[in-house]
Write a protein that binds this ligand. Structure first.
Ligand code: SGN
Ligand code: CA
Length: 543
């Protein structure tokens, strides 16, 4: 195992306690389970489009694919609220955002005194560890060991907080997160089952690859998504955003075209690029090692790769469509290069489990905190209930189950907690809103399994300006209501219009369907007790 160098140590303190109450509504007719270990791996913003087990257009991910080949691939896996903190809170609690209280990144502080998956596991005899991106603001509770990135985390030389103590580790975030996770596994009590939460910062913006992966996609021309030139006709809420590759992706901060002579080609938006320059400097300022920034050797290798690209970019003076497509290609190159490191590290985790005889009694789960737009509709980022961000990859390698299986029933990230509890042979508390998908992993298709999904996104006014919305998705249709400072409904027939370009809401002939879907939406809001959605004012307070 690679070793981790600790450069700086500060102090802090933490107290974690668990209070557990369980009853049995969700526990009928359960066979007693032999406790399985769990390695729960979650990336940040990893699109299913860039996992070759799901989509072969862009890149190969052999190590992630192996989990699908030796386990199950969920083809209808979704989140409840497509944003990091909220998604993590859904996973930890098995509850929708309005119930766990963490509705958005900007104002959220996770209430760590509530019931959570790690607390329930720990009370049930498990050792629990949380390593990597946490993003819930309050200190983690319910873990025997936690070693988290601060905030969003940095790609290079990141700052961690380890059980309350702050330290900087030199190296690349994805490698270090694996190092720390495997070191914890090495030192664990081998007589107890474990659950390790391994949460990578990658591939979150601004997609900074490991040095060894720079240039991995040079010469590759990525295919443009069919909706790249979407004009948002019929969808006002789709037009109202600030996550367009053309208009909002930053040439300096996102695409690393930093010009050290103080000039940059900024045809579209000079003030945006100036802002990008200041952010980028925080990541790249050369010199002595500063937490979260590159050291001199890293900087030199980085510049050796990017400088010629910056030179050509400045000369080319691209505009309009050419600039747009150039931005898309650079974005894809950086993003996919970051995924190479993720895939390599999944290989390391797999090898560790194999070498330590753990593959036969450990479930490996691979997922992301949400999906991500890879240029569809001209976007980067997530947030919308549109398919690319509403969906999230989910691969589960569970010992003793059939290999290379697809599971097409609807699952959502509120299901992870009850599933892991059932895998651990522990009862599922009644107030958990998700359902265990362990029966699905065993090849069953339980009667009464959900046929519709509920979604609610709250972070507005905020970065990227995606309006608040909630909605329902059935096998064929997706209905969403955008609210707060707009009042717009969108309805899509996913069978006829999988790319979601034609809003059918209000068009003749859809009245009955709309009534049916609205009734289903209301049924879900009642089932999940989303009174926030039921009592909405359309217009928010003046801000
Ligand atoms: C940061 C990013 C956003 C991103 C949010 C939320 N901006 O604020 O682009 O949408 O995180 O992402 S940045 O300028 O700081 O890079 S999340 O995955 O953590 O929810
Ligand atoms: Ca995320």
């Amino acid at each position: 195992m690679e070793s981790t160098r600790i450069l700086l140590t500060l102090t802090g303190a933490v107290a974690a306690s668990a209070s557990v109450s369980c009853s049995n509504d969700k526990n009928a007719a359960k066979e007693p389970q032999k406790p399985l270990n769990v390695v729960y791996i979650m990336c940040d913003d990893h699109s299913y489009q860039t996992i070759s087990a799901y989509d072969r257009r862009f890149m190969e991910t052999p190590n992630i694919d192996r989990l699908a080949a030796e386990g199950a691939r969920f083809t209808n896996s979704f989140v409840a609220n497509s944003l990091s903190g909220p998604s993590r809170a859904c996973m930890l609690t098995g509850k929708h955002s309005h119930k766990n209280g963490f509705t958005n990144n900007e104002h959220g502080i996770f209430d760590g005194s509530q019931q959570t998956l790690p607390k329930l596991l720990r009370a049930g005899g498990y050792q629990t560890a949380m390593v990597g991106k946490w993003h819930l603001v309050s200190e983690p509770t319910g873990f025997d060991y936690w070693d988290i990135l601060t905030g969003q985390g940095d790609y290079y030389n990141p700052v961690f907080i380890r059980n309350g103590e702050t330290l900087v580790r030199e190296g690349y975030s994805t490698d270090i997160t694996t190092d720390v996770g495997l070191e914890w596994l090495d030192g664990r009590d081998k007589d107890k089952p474990f659950c390790l939460f391994l949460h990578y910062k990658a591939p979150h913006r601004s997609w900074m690859p490991d040095l060894q992966d720079l240039g991995a996609f040079d010469g590759v021309s990525f295919p443009l998504p069919e909706t790249f030139y979407d004009d948002y006709a019929t969808r006002e809420a789709a037009a109202l955003q600030e996550m367009s590759i053309l208009a909002d992706m930053n040439v300096i901060y996102d695409l690393k075209m930093a010009d050290r002579e103080g000039e940059i080609h900024t045809p579209e938006n000079p003030s945006l690029e100036e802002y990008g320059r200041s952010l980028y400097r925080q990541d790249l300022e050369p010199g002595v090692l500063v937490p979260g920034r590159m050291n001199a050797a890293q900087q030199a290798a980085w510049d050796a790769y990017y400088d010629p690209i910056i030179g050509s970019f400045k000369e080319a003076k691209l505009l309009g469509k050419e600039l747009y497509e150039w931005k898309y290609q650079r974005y894809m190159k950086d993003y996919c290069s970051v995924i190479r490191s993720v895939d390599r590290n999944i290989g390391r985790v797999y090898e560790y489990l194999a070498q330590n005889g753990l593959l036969d009694n450990t479930v490996v789960i691979y997922t992301s905190d949400q999906g991500f737009f890879m240029g569809e509709h001209g976007y980067f980022d997530k947030r919308y209930m549109y398919e690319e961000s509403f969906r999230t990859p989910l691969l589960v390698r569970m010992p003793g189950q059939a290999k290379a299986r697809d599971i097409d029933l609807f699952v959502q990230n509120i299901d992870y907690a009850p599933t892991i509890l059932e895998m651990a042979g522990l009862p599922i508390p009644d107030d958990i809103q998700g359902d265990s998908f362990l029966p699905l992993l065993k090849g069953e298709r339980p009667k009464g399994w959900r046929k519709s999904l509920y979604y609610h996104f709250y972070e507005y006014p905020a970065e990227h300006s995606v309006r608040r919305h909630y909605g329902v998705r059935t096998e064929r249709y997706s209905l969403m209501h955008f609210y707060y400072d707009i009042d717009e409904w969108e309805l899509f027939d996913l069978e006829k219009d999988p790319a979601q370009l034609h809003n059918l809401y209000g068009t003749p002939g859809t009245e009955k369907l709309t009534r049916k879907l609205k009734a289903e939406l209301e049924r879900l809001q009642k089932q999940y007790d989303d009174t926030i959605a039921l009592q909405l004012p359309l217009r928010g307070p003046e801000e």
